[in-house]
Design a protein around this ligand. Sequence first.
Ligand code: PHE
Length: 350
Amino acid sequence: MEFSHESVVVRRGRRSRLPIVVAVHSTALGRAVGGCRMWAYDSWEGGLRDALRLSEGMTRKCAAAGLPNGGGKTVVVVPAGRSLTADERRDALHDVGDIVAELGGAYVTGPDAGTGPADMAVIGERTEYVFCRPEAVGGSGDPSPFTALGVVAALRSTCLALFGSPALAGRRFAVIGLGHVGEQIARQLAAAGAGLVLSDVDPAKRSLGAELGAVFAEPDAAATAEVDVLVPAALGGLLTRDLVARLRCGAVAGAANNQLADPGVAELLREREILWAPDYIANAGGVVNAVSREVLGDEPEEAVKRIESIADTLTGLFETAARTKITTAQAADDLARQRLSVPVPTAPGP
Ligand code: PHE
């Protein structure tokens, strides 16, 4: 991987003694934004790799969504097999807050896998550069319903491209990963009358399957189920070469970041005529809501309109890719690069 980041801080937290990585990929369009992942890794290098990839993805995500922001990401490396006590968690969040504060506004953090609005309030005890604190203390709150809203908008575009109609009723979806975002996608799809295969590594999520009248399956069985659209909503790297060869869906569109195990998988999907909604286009709703509400000062309805415009962006990319015979990944990267070469003024905030 070529080093393209503006700055990367790797530090053992003064309080928590945990490895913490804050990667600022780009501030070309404005302050870098990106969530704080608190997750188990086998090594700190694994956390570093994740932060490097995810922060770069945030640059593309923000650019393609038309936000006046660049990309960054924080990873708190929790040793595999250990769970943090409440005090250790608070210490780690304060350590993150200190690093973010030192960056002086070049980077604004937010929630990601393993963190939520309450954690953002704790980070907020050390720095003002934090999105998505609870609404009660002036933040925009949990971004996951907005990420889910954007993904469902993307699923409508995907159905439009596959079937000529954006209707979700009667279509079949396999949702892999029933965390904050995946569960809400599943609920919205069920409410729209779609058929569902659901999967999660946590067997306790079976109850959601029962509640929504869905089939619950093991991850690999769900990923290879015969459905219209496969919806990755767990951690990254689901689409390996091996899995793509075995897929039985018409399209893949979901919430997970970094879905392609390697960039070449985009071409394999195209060869198999499986339509792929680029991850950072489909899953931008959370960060769009946060920036819209906390930086641009939008009312909730305006933020929702911005999130729903993901549908048009995606439809445009599907058309460009089909017309110019490139992968949808390439079409999305072209869009992001084009936005990055036309700077927009930095907005104040958050
Ligand atoms: N975790 C969100 C994502 O991957 C990023 C986010 C950052 C959301 C800041 C809200 C605020 O897109």
